[in-house]
Design a protein around this ligand. Structure first.
Ligand SMILES: [Fe+2]
Length: 371
């Protein structure tokens, strides 16, 4: 399904025209708390449609949050959805689109998903998740992470407006940017990569490396480039999905309340270092030679002569940015929990096989002893 990506300043006019062409009269505006202070608020409120705001959801959205959103969409008789926010707002909006015509008396997660045809527009307010261009959403039911995947929940339109990044606090700016960088790298080495996905991944990694310093210093031109790069990373993982660093990060996030991008960035250099020394465990059908070439290509895009140098450079980058590896007082116990937490299905996208013992060893390198 095609997606329109608008990265120009003319988006308010385009959005008005788009909504009127779709016959939309009432928008469900799914947005987080940051919406009130956003510079785009006035432009959104000037759109020639009615709006019903829905902000009643948690940062890691729950199934129950989505149910409330669906109910709001129905009782208010909305006919289009606009998500303005980070990954969670976009994920809630995606689920509302998918569930809004299902039977509310039954568990939505157990019903057959179908395209509801409800126009869905996403405007990300961070440059990181790329969720505005993927067909995936993550919600939690009874404490368990649920991956919702359907072609129709890829937003019909992604609006990229870098001005929204101006107020992003520095730590969040770094974490979201690192998420995008890791998504670009992981997509590139994923066993599911294609020519097309690798082009997106390349543009993402280069775009981030070339603009990182200026972006972190607050340059608005660089913010535009980083926002585009993060979107390219989203388009890349929409094709390939993510790999081991993402799979390993989720429990770090839930155990230590680490932001997603921070947790993923702590895992990636260690996973890469392991893969470089274990080519015999390559599971990519294109072979170990192909994988070595791919690692070399990624290293070059990161501005390094070799994958080994790239791993060191990534570790140094994290240190410079103040993105520390997590620490725990109960390290030994946690290592068991962490190693047992990784979803084996997600690991299948990784180009080198990782068993539970290996995962434990990797977490040993990542997790510091706080005692
Ligand atoms: Fe991510």
């Amino acid at each position: 399904m095609g997606q329109e990506i608008w990265s120009g300043g003319d988006w308010p006019d385009r959005l008005s025209a788009y909504l009127s062409a779709k016959g939309a009269k009432k928008l469900l505006l799914v947005c987080g708390r940051s919406y009130d202070g956003l510079c785009v608020r006035g432009k959104i409120e000037a759109l020639p449609v009615e709006r019903v705001r829905f902000s009643d959801f948690s940062p890691n959205p729950l199934y129950e949050d989505v149910c409330r959103g669906v109910e709001r969409f129905r009782t208010e008789q909305c006919d289009a959805i606009l998500a303005v926010g980070g990954g969670s707002a976009v994920d809630v909006a995606k689920c509302v689109k998918l569930y809004c015509k299902m039977d509310p008396a039954r568990n939505y997660l157990e019903q057959d998903p179908a395209d509801t045809g409800v126009p869905l527009i996403a405007m990300p307010t961070t440059a990181g998740t790329g969720s505005e261009s993927t067909r995936f959403a993550v919600i939690y039911k009874d404490g368990v992470k649920q991956s919702v995947t359907h072609e129709s929940i890829r937003p019909d339109v992604a609006v990229l407006e870098p001005a929204v990044l101006e107020k992003l606090p520095p730590y969040q700016r770094k974490c979201t940017m690192l998420d995008a960088l890791c998504q670009g790298i992981e997509s590139w080495w994923s066993v599911n990569s294609t020519q097309e996905s690798k082009q997106y991944a390349h543009r993402a990694v280069r775009g981030i490396m070339e603009n990182m310093n200026a972006y972190l210093a607050g340059d608005s031109g660089a913010a535009r480039e980083i926002m585009l790069a993060a979107n390219f990373a989203g388009q890349a993982i929409n094709i390939t999905q993510t790999t081991a660093p993402h799979a390993m990060s989720y429990k770090l996030t839930s155990l230590y309340k680490l932001p997603h991008g921070h947790a993923v960035a702590a895992c990636l250099p260690e996973v890469w270092a392991y893969m470089l020394t274990h080519p015999e465990n390559c599971v990519d059908r294109r072979g170990a030679g192909y994988l070595a070439d791919t690692f070399a290509d990624i290293a070059r895009a990161l501005g390094q002569d070799s994958p080994e140098a790239a791993v060191s450079a990534l570790r140094e980058l994290l240190a410079e940015l103040g993105i520390a590896y997590p620490a725990s007082r109960t390290r030994e116990q946690d290592l068991e929990t962490l190693a047992g937490s990784v979803n084996p299905t997600r690991l299948k996208n990784n180009p080198v096989a990782l068993d539970t013992q290996t995962l434990r060893g990797l977490y040993e390198r990542i997790l510091k002893d706080e005692a």
